[in-house]
Design a binder for this molecule. Structure first.
Ligand SMILES: [Zn+2]
Ligand SMILES: [Zn+2]
Length: 181
């Protein structure tokens, strides 16, 4: 059941490709039973840049997204292409702020090219979808899941991401239904 007024807003980069937008939107729509409102925009992320690390602090980006979140958006997901970190870790694929309903994911490390391998658009797309569902799942209050096939399983590396599916296990699905009511 879809409630019109509850929508997930999504910011993507200007240069983002239509196939990614379409597939990501339709996947998120069926995973969360919400309308997806997509906006193409260039966010200047200089404020989050750490010159020594050459990376962007994802928690700083979340703080900015909180201010940009429109009241009509139940959740806000932003897809960026810069390398993200949190101080305790070398990098993160994404981060979520469940209190405020905002999340960010980075495509930077999701392409085979990043690892010196030939590009594979399908693998890339699958990874983007999994990371997006995962972080949005956190915004609805879902914790990490011990089931390695569940999308809410923690990805320490892309091996974990590739192993898991893009959907919730039965337990997480039930929890999500209660949490997102
Ligand atoms: Zn997580
Ligand atoms: Zn699960």
């Amino acid at each position: 059941m879809q409630r019109e007024k509850e929508k997930i807003c999504m910011f993507v980069l200007e240069e983002s490709v239509p196939i990614l937008e379409r597939q990501l939107s339709s996947h998120l729509e069926s995973a969360f039973h919400r309308k997806i409102e997509l906006t193409k925009m260039e966010i200047n992320l200089d404020f989050a840049y750490h010159p020594k690390r050459g990376q962007y602090n994802s928690s700083d980006i979340l703080a900015r997204l909180r201010m940009m979140k429109n009241k009509e958006c139940e959740r806000l997901l932003t897809v960026v292409d810069v390398d993200l970190y949190v101080p305790e870790l070398n990098f993160v694929f994404g981060e979520a702020d469940s209190q405020n309903g905002v999340a960010v994911i980075s495509t930077r490390r999701l392409g085979e090219e990043f690892y010196g391998l030939p590009g594979n658009p399908q693998i890339f797309l699958d990874r983007v979808i999994k990371e997006a569902v995962h972080e949005l799942g956190h915004t609805y209050g879902l914790p990490h899941c011990p089931d390695p096939r569940c999308v809410m399983h923690f990805s320490n590396s892309l091996k974990d991401t590739d192993f898991k599916g893009s959907s919730f296990c039965d337990a997480c699905q039930k929890k999500l239904e209660l949490l997102s009511r």
